[in-house]
Design a protein around this ligand. Structure first.
Ligand code: GTP
Length: 602
């Protein structure tokens, strides 16, 4: 295709402002799907994505639009994941586009969350086309929203497109604006092939499908290519695009976005951000911006029922086929038996995997305390030289006497928030050992920058931030390396037995408070037994917090079990069910939910 006829763009929108509805309308208008096929929103297609309203995997559709100038344009609409855990994938998707539609709800106006995405888009030199949606609403105030876009974001909104994605108003105008305002891509058809690997996923029929943006040259079936960062070679066996139906194409030329397959069995071999070139006469340099994504949060996953171990192994292996950023290795724990130590990009990623395992694979799991990865310098002993180790499992904590230095990962976080929530947000960051490095105002909104230890962020920072700002604050972060910290391992003892799944690594300055919080929460989470159960937090041999669960009074149970036989049966059944979701520790049963819930800081 002639470069001047191509437009590559993404859609930026706050949750619920109408991104999916608008995308569907654009697809419908350009004839990508029939009315009946439109009945399901097509861009967000995973169940969990739908329920949580977030996009996990980027999807791209190619639309053919015949514009008012009589020319037919190829529009590539790229959907981007919307969560910090997937920031790198987002950055690659944005790098594959030249512009973006900024969708703003005509009744709600610009919301803080949108800002971070807009700035990211501007960083990629995108042309941004404002679209004011939901103009059908009685509360719509398009003129006010235009002024907001200009004041808050600094974009010219005088030519903003007014739409109602729901009623199909302004759809053609949106398509015309895309053609007129978003610049066509640049590229050289005769130069050596250079294509960016934007995304990859596993398809049971096709194997690994790779989404590419061709920069220079042409990708065709039968071409022998190499992945410059991954160092592997592959024979291209299929080339095509999604309209959103999958169609095969003879080639993908410069400036175009499409997919390829090459008999690849694991997504791990198709890393996002890699550069694809030909084996013969290939490009000399790889594209800038490649980053190997590494898991940053680790936890153990154990089946509640030990007999499910094999099933868990198979299920994890299957998920991993589709998600190279998730890592796993076998782990055994004294109390939990066999399970896996898994690595994730962040807490949301962890929750998604955990949810898929329980929902799609029907597994009841115990998740141990999430941890980041520490570097520990160990002094020499009689039998061993000094050495440095990486550690992300509290169970592997070395002999404390041998520890010389512990370093923990830090991040730089940028938070955008309406002014009114700033005070509470500063307090939250301060409580999490944050160091404020910058505070500026961008049109009535504060932008605050903090350096924070990652281990203070992984548990529930994001949830807390959202709740104290009623969803308005946005959060973006990048890792800035390791720093020395006074970290200790805290054990939780239930009925005087250490529960390894609950032990965690914390900073000494917050250990006591965390320990107290965990004991208090566990007191509520663990049901009463026939005996008294002490719950303690300890560092080494020193108890730093303690709670006691009172014993269940005998006569209470006696009453339950007496009398009516059907009632008794019901109770027993209930008990049996309850049991499957409990884990026995010595003679104490700890419910499955307790393991994660105990970690949520108050
Ligand atoms: P997320 O996928 O959660 O990010 O939301 P989204 O931005 O994709 O919004 P979505 O398209 O799912 O729309 C959110 C809600 O707004 C839905 O209930 C839509 O039916 C409704 N909606 C979308 N466009 C319009 C519109 O033009 N007018 C009105 N009245 N409602 C709309």
């Amino acid at each position: 295709t002639d470069l001047s006829k191509i437009r590559n763009f993404s859609i930026i929108a706050h949750i619920d402002h109408g991104k999916s509805t608008l995308a569907d309308r654009l697809i419908q208008h350009t004839g990508g799907l029939t009315e009946r096929e439109m009945s399901e929103q097509v861009l967000d297609n995973m169940d969990i994505e739908k329920e949580r309203g977030i996009t996990i995997k980027a999807q791209t559709v190619r639309l053919a639009y015949t514009a008012r100038d009589g020319e037919t344009y190829e529009l590539n609409l790229m959907d981007t994941p919307g969560h910090v855990d997937f920031a790198y994938e987002v950055s690659r998707s944005l790098a594959a586009c030249e512009g973006a539609l900024l969708v703003v709800d005509a009744a709600q106006g610009v919301e803080a969350q949108t800002l971070a995405n807009v700035y990211q888009s501007i960083e990629h030199d995108h042309e941004i086309v404002p679209v004011i949606n939901k103009i059908d609403l009685p509360a719509a105030e398009p003129e006010k929203v235009k002024a907001e876009i200009e004041d808050i974001i600094g974009l010219d909104a005088s030519e903003a497109v007014l739409t109602s994605a729901k009623s199909g108003i302004g759809i053609e105008e949106t398509l015309e604006a895309i053609v007129a305002k978003i610049p066509p891509p640049k590229g050289d058809r005769d130069a050596p092939l250079k294509a960016m690997l934007v995304d990859s996923w596993y398809d049971p029929y096709l194997g690994v499908v790779i989404l590419v943006r061709v920069i220079d040259g042409v990708i065709k079936k039968g071409l022998q290519v190499k992945f410059m960062q991954g160092g592997t070679q592959h024979l291209i066996d299929r080339v095509g695009a999604f309209t959103p139906k999958r169609v095969d194409l003879p080639e993908i030329g410069p400036g175009e976005i499409g997919f390829i397959t090459a008999q690849i069995k694991e997504v791990e071999q198709a890393r996002v951000g890699d550069t694809i070139t030909t084996v013969k006469n290939g490009a000399a340099d790889a594209l800038a911006g490649y980053k190997e994504v590494q898991p940053v949060v680790f936890c153990g996953l154990f089946p509640v029922d030990a007999a499910d171990f094999e099933k868990l192994r198979e299920s994890i292996a299957k998920l991993r086929l589709n998600d190279a950023s998730f890592s796993f290795e076998m782990e055994s724990s004294a109390a939990l038996g066999f399970g896996f130590r898994c690595g994730f990009l962040g807490l949301l990623h962890l929750e998604i995997i955990q949810e898929r395992l329980s929902r799609e694979y029907d597994l009841d799991l115990i998740t141990t305390a999430p941890s980041v990865e520490y570097r520990i310098q160990l002094g020499h002993t009689k039998n061993e030289d000094a050495k440095s180790i990486m550690l992300h499992n509290p169970a592997d904590w070395p002999d404390t006497n041998r520890i010389e230095v512990i370093e923990e990962p830090w991040i730089k976080a940028v938070i955008y928030t309406p002014d009114e929530y700033l005070g509470s947000i500063l307090k939250l960051c301060q409580d999490r050992r944050g160091i404020q490095t910058d505070l500026t105002y961008v049109g009535g909104r504060a932008q605050v920058t903090y350096e924070l230890p990652l281990n203070e962020v992984v548990f529930d920072f994001y949830d807390r931030l959202k709740s104290i700002s009623r969803g308005y604050a946005s959060f973006d972060y990048e890792q800035i390396g390791l720093r020395e910290g006074d970290l200790v391992k805290m054990n939780i003892l239930v009925n005087n037995e250490p529960v390894d799944a609950l032990s965690l690594i914390v900073h000494r300055s917050v250990a006591e408070e965390r320990g107290r919080g965990m004991c208090e929460r566990l007191k509520d989470l663990i049901p009463r037994h026939l005996f008294k159960i002490p719950i303690q937090a300890a560092i080494g041999g020193k108890i730093i917090a303690r709670e006691t669960i009172a014993a269940l009074r005998k006569d209470v149970t006696a009453k339950c079990y007496g009398g009516d036989i059907t009632r008794k049966k019901k109770l027993l059944e209930k008990q049996k069910k309850g049991k499957a979701r409990m884990r026995e520790y010595g003679n104490v049963s700890i419910p499955q939910e307790a393991f994660i819930a105990a970690l949520r800081m108050g």
